[in-house]
Design a protein around this ligand. Sequence first.
Ligand SMILES: [Fe+2]
Length: 249
Amino acid sequence: MFDFFRHNSGPEPSMGVLNADMHCHLIPHVDDGSKGDDETLDCLKTLQQIGYKKVYITPHFNFPRYPNEEDDIVKRFERLREVVEKRRAEQGLTIELAGIAGEYRVDDGFAEKTKNKSFLKIAGKYVLVELSLHQRRMGLAETIFDMQMKGYEVILAHPERYPYYTSHSQEMEELKNAGVYFQLNFLSLTGFYGEGAQRLGLEYLKNGWVDFLGSDMHNAVYAQAARDASANKKLKKILGSHTFLNSTL
Ligand SMILES: [Fe+2]
């Protein structure tokens, strides 16, 4: 079978400069992401096609909606790894499954629930956290500073998707000054999440606040959007003119 992905000899695809994706939902049946192995394999192929060499998978930990437990998620990751290894040649997959982490929702009782918790971390180092898309959380800074005091490096997922914050928000600035990393969804920059997230994403970039880019890939719809985005001239320009920490993972 012609192996398109492995022998693509054209110019480096857009996301090649990032090397690693560090935010996606490709463990089947544990959240609103992939619905099965085939969908995950298709999404992995897309990530590879647009230039990624490796990927960290980050299912939602969001009680009670997605009441995932670390032990179970690790087992599911190992099972997925076996599936990928078995089907690598047939699928033309070279992308590495670099590790399993989580996208932890900061919600009511988060501090209490995570008191003695061992978070699943990206590259053994970073804890990815997300917020409600609708409602501002009082005491967010304290919760995150608390995590930092315990030695965690915290990445805030897609700050551009929280419409109750702006690129001038004092709270955002405080988080940045405290060393919280910001991860933008690159699809925000192409308008996938609407005009508001696109504008905010560009403003956060302009502020110099964006440390990581993520695909936040969930399924085939996101995969198609990611392929379209990889050909987007504005996004290519951003990738060429900013340095992101993805390449250090
Ligand atoms: Fe996500």
